[in-house]
Design a protein around this ligand. Structure first.
Ligand code: ZN
Length: 312
């Protein structure tokens, strides 16, 4: 497994109001707030990370909350349009009740590839799905006072990319990332890697006439794929260069190292390392409690803090 893509590392999306985003993911969905930091490319904006207790790759959903003035985005082609979480069998009744109580927009449960799923929207219109996988998911969920293990998410199950034509994207998944086509239902093509058994599914939905999405509030910014270490990451960088695609140099994101490239279908992909992880700048029990800044912004902490919305 060492030299392979190990499924999804994290998913990053755009939100509006920071506090509303924070409340939805930590309180309504019961995820752990694993890091409160800023967008390293725009330190006046938060970067929030939500995940399981340790912030394990495959559980990490991150947001740039751009504030309530940000324009509304639109899902469309060339974009990751749905984020799928794995949840336990029998948990939908709990979630539907919780959605009702918190005015969450949802659809009635449906089934695809023999698996039940429940679609809902976050307060910014980001589309999420709770899926009950056919095969047991043994990851340990993070529990809160209100969301216990019998309902809590275990991390990602899949992500859906909407494309005008799936071919070039499928080629990146299969020829570079080691995914295989495992199922098809209508225009939905399911790819999975056997390098790992969780967060290892990508669905490609082909809609030839779908308008391109607008990347703003309520949409996914990028999908990060997971690799074990820097050496593996750089080996993948070479494969992507060899395919004729543009890719960034390695960028230090404090909690992982990143490469970014736009796959030919238009979706921004990242390759992120397991190292060094979220405990690099605060202990496990304190994850998310304090605003953490990368070294280059420490000198400006006061001004940065003054700009950021309070979460309490
Ligand atoms: Zn990322």
């Amino acid at each position: 497994m060492e030299n392979k893509i190990l499924g999804i590392h994290h998913i990053t999306a755009i939100a509006g109001d920071a506090k509303r985003n924070f409340n939805f993911y930590t309180k309504v969905l019961g995820l752990r707030f694993i890091k409160r930091t800023v967008n390293f490319d725009d330190p006046q904006t938060y970067h929030f990370y939500f995940g399981d207790e340790q912030g394990n790759p495959g559980s990490i959903l991150t947001f740039f909350p751009w504030g309530s003035a940000v324009r509304q985005g639109r899902r469309g082609a060339g974009m990751a349009t749905e984020i799928g979480y794995s949840v336990p069998e029998g948990s939908f009744d709990f979630w539907i009740k919780r959605f009702e109580e918190n005015n969450v927009i949802y659809n009635k449960p449906a089934e695809r590839f023999g698996e039940k799923y429940l679609t809902f929207l976050d307060p910014d219109g980001l589309k999420l799905e709770f899926i009950i996988p056919k095969t047991p998911d043994n990851r340990k969920p993070y529990e809160t006072a209100e969301v216990k293990a019998d309902a809590a998410t275990k991390g990602f199950y899949n992500t859906t990319l909407t494309l005008n034509n799936i071919q070039a994207t499928a080629k990146v998944l299969t020829e570079i990332f080691g995914y295989k086509l495992v199922a098809q239902e209508g225009n939905r093509y399911r790819y999975a890697t056997d390098a790992i058994d969780t967060a290892n599914v990508i669905d490609l939905v082909e809609l030839p006439t779908e308008q391109h999405g607008l990347g703003a509030n309520g949409t996914v910014h990028h999908i990060a794929f997971r690799v074990k270490d820097d050496a593996t990451q750089m080996a993948f960088r070479q494969k992507i260069v060899d395919m004729g695609l543009q890719i960034t140099p390695q960028i230090d994101r404090n909690y992982f190292h990143s490469l970014y490239f736009r796959e030919p279908g238009g979706v921004l992909f990242e390759i992120a390392t397991d190292n060094p992880g979220f405990t690099v700048d605060e202990p496990l029990e304190e994850l998310g409690k304090n605003l953490k800044l990368p070294a280059q912004y420490e000198a400006h902490r006061k001004e940065i803090e003054a700009h950021l919305a309070r979460l309490d």
